[in-house]
Write a protein that binds this ligand. Structure first.
Ligand code: UDP
Length: 242
């Protein structure tokens, strides 16, 4: 079956080519953490928990003029159903942990918290493509919930190219169709790209279109995250006032 119906222009899951999956974010889902959030992009569902700023556990890693940011990405054993399953600590998880750490580090004001440590744990509960983007979006919400100072909001979304059409926010079946998958992260306020990953190859002009689509997705997510944070602040103020 075609990934984009040539007659109707709809994708297999009923979306239009430039339509994102339904997104949902919720703050404060892990009681013990300093900040936490759940983020869903369609059937992809992840949780982020932030601890810190706290004392550096391994003093050899302490940095005198900034905070040490650590990140651990993992997939729950039940997150992928009967698809390929890999144990924790495989190369893919190590790479994604690094990518998320670097992306979050770009927005945290680490120089305000010297000699401290911030731990970001992201766990995939349900995987259906785009888990690294969902984790970055969850981590942004969790960092804000923890009150960690940030220079901007970082959000992420992917886009691909199938059936000669750029497609926003690939799900697993689209992602595994063998086409290119471009994951982008942006700093929403300052309009900067902080993350860009792509597999497979694309002609340059098409790449620009696909990347533009992913950036539009990131911006829509940033607007939504602002709403979630705004609602959360209102609720806190209400509780404080009552
Ligand atoms: N996936 C899986 N098992 C694995 C790794 C990946 O089922 O061990 C699926 C999962 O749905 C994931 C998708 O393949 O979202 C695409 O994985 P990729 O490595 O491209 O990263 P992602 O798109 O999740 O950031």
């Amino acid at each position: 079956m075609e990934h984009v119906d040539p007659l109707t222009g709809f994708r297999q899951d009923g979306r239009r080519v430039n339509e994102m999956r339904q997104i949902r974010g919720e703050i404060g889902v892990v009681a013990k953490a300093d900040g936490s959030a759940q983020f869903e992009m369609g059937n992809t569902k992840v949780i982020a928990a932030v601890y810190g700023p706290r004392e550096v556990q391994n003093k050899n890693q302490q940095i005198n003029n900034q905070a040490l940011v650590r990140c651990e990405y993992s997939m729950a054993n039940f997150s992928t159903g009967d698809r390929k399953r890999k144990p924790k600590g495989d190369r893919r998880s190590t790479e994604i942990s690094l990518v998320i750490r670097q992306t979050m580090e770009a927005c945290i004001l680490t120089h305000l918290m010297p000699r401290s440590q911030i731990d970001i744990y992201v766990q995939v509960l349900q995987a259906d493509g785009g888990t690294r983007s969902a984790c970055i979006n969850a981590a942004t919400l969790a960092l804000a919930d923890a009150g960690i100072p940030m220079r901007d909001l970082v959000t992420s979304c992917s886009a691909g190219y199938l059936c000669s059409t750029p497609l926003l926010d690939l799900n697993y079946s689209e992602d595994s169709a063998g086409g290119p998958d471009v994951t982008v992260g942006i700093l929403a306020k300052t309009d900067k790209v902080t993350l860009l990953q792509m597999d497979a190859k694309l002609p340059m002009d098409i790449f620009e279109n696909v990347m533009q689509l992913a950036i539009e997705g990131c911006k829509a997510i940033a607007n939504y995250i602002r709403e979630v944070l705004g609602e959360n602040t209102k609720e806190l103020e209400y509780r404080r006032g009552s």
